[in-house]
Design a protein around this ligand. Sequence first.
Ligand code: NAD
Ligand code: ZN
Length: 250
Amino acid sequence: MDKNIQNLIGKAAQAIRGAQRVTAFSGAGISVESNIPPFRGKNGLWNKYDPKFLEINYFMLHPKESWELIKEIIYDFFGKAKPNSAHYALALMEKKGFLQAVITQNIDNLHQEAGSENVYEFHGTSQKLVCLDCGRSYLINDMSLEKLPLLCSKCGGLIKPDFIFFGEPIPEPAASRSFMEAELSDVFIVIGSTGEVAPASQIPHLAKNNGALIIEINTEESGFTHSITDIFLKGKATEMMTALVKELKL
Ligand code: NAD
Ligand code: ZN
């Protein structure tokens, strides 16, 4: 590894060791090495698909068309992904007391699969579904996606995945807990996030404004890099997180 990066990893580890509360904040970038493409950027899904099928109003007017794309993109494809070493490194840090929470924008459940326990899913989850009419909740593992759109067995209403669509509010209590963690943290690790998706992008700024040191891991510079990042670890999430837990001697 590059001497400069190794030096920065040493500084990051030192800050983490000296901190009372450390929080990680992950975006689509942490799951890229689990073969889940991001939405934005050169290999982003929005180059291939029109994001309108994830707009709440479009979904309600065209549930069959939207559901077929959701099945293809989110469930058939994301569904096969496994956690990578960056997800496992965060779970290990939590277990050893070096990390208090993970705030994720991802809906792929990979932090939980890797063993992270205190996870706030800012954009919801693909693992649960909800009836838009009566609010009944379903688990994806109990459902067949053969016949679409999915309809509620209790009231016949339209069932929607329990992650947020464009035009929907951030779910509670994930929203308020994420903002609270950001305020309390003294080290905040931003991993694989462009900083372009609001209001999630405000969370690292809130942490910084409340005195946190910002460590950022990304293969590219992001909206955070030149505004709030204190230690920029330019590289892949798996490589940087593996080096960090090694430096922490976990
Ligand atoms: P994003 O803000 O999540 O950005 C992805 C970032 O990851 C980019 O800055 C990119 O440079 C970086 N990156 C790419 N490969 C990386 C690697 N190997 N290591 C570290 N960083 C890497 O942007 P988005 O993809 O447009 O996502 C927007 C929102 O959509 C997310 O916040 C999330 O809610 C959702 N989303 C979720 C998933 C998922 O659940 N895995 C996938 C795509 C999008
Ligand atoms: Zn219902």
